[in-house]
Design a protein around this ligand. Sequence first.
Ligand SMILES: [Zn+2]
Length: 351
Amino acid sequence: MNAADLLRELVRIPSPSGREDAAAARVEGALRELGLAPERRGRNVTAALDGGEGPLLLLNSHLDTVPVGEGWTREPLAGALEDGRIYGRGANDAKGCVVAMMLGAARAFATDAPKGRVLFAATCEEEVLGQGLETLLPELPRPDAAVVGEPTGLAPAVAQKGLLLLEVEARGRSAHAAHGGGVNAVEAAARDVLALSRLSLAREHPALGRASLHVTQIRGGERHNVIPDLCTLVVDVRTTPAYAPDEIAGLVRAAVDGRVRVRSSRLGSVETDPAHPIVRAALAASPGARPYGSPTLSDWVFLKGIPTVKAGPGDSRRSHAPDEYLETAELEAGVLFYERLIRAYFAEARA
Ligand SMILES: [Zn+2]
């Protein structure tokens, strides 16, 4: 099976989050053509490869894409091959990883199969961190290690920042703007914004550096002539394992006058011991690559407690952008990378 042809086919099948059925069906068909026995579970597809008694390695990547968006100079869903690049929404994030993973796994088990088991899972709704891997995981045997396929230039991410979303609610008392009086909630919120800009999260994580904290939304006031009695801030915190989310919420509470509410803390930061066999296997499979910390979220958040690396062909700067592409050379290197990683992991795990 030709990797580039399969990727071009998958790019031609639109699969925005929530509408992955047709792409899942094509992956299921391709797995069958590879001689595997795929299973459909909703808009997810899994296939088990069994080389006998040994650890279980999960290979996961996602079928969904962000919407096409504006600014393309090429057809976003045509899968055109031009100067060694396959263009289209999802080519880089992450259909290239899906294709490379399934072909790499099939090759690893086609001859001289490693002693161990691989579970390949192409899942839905990663871009919205929705009903994909998180809901599938409890139905699967618990993996000993995992690889999350995302475009990282084949370098393994060994840590990933989490997302903590906070809301700060500044209260005041409304009054007619012409008469004066009242307590202005927008002014109170402004003082909280400045207080948050001075808040320091100084503890460094070796791979991820510092957590970041930004006020990204503000909403207050209904009419020009009414002193507002409510103003709400949204605070986007990108967390590292150096701070527990509760601790950050506590620091924010101490810094502001408004009432702090945790809107979401389910997407925690994750990390893997750089000495774990899965990291060593990824490095052995990608000569010259260095482990690094990734600031962006992925389905790895749902694999907490399972030693995981995030790695795959492509470049995350091309993701979610117009003229997204993956080079056919990168795709081929990705197939080889996953094949080598699988062999190296089972060799490492036995050593
Ligand atoms: Zn992705």
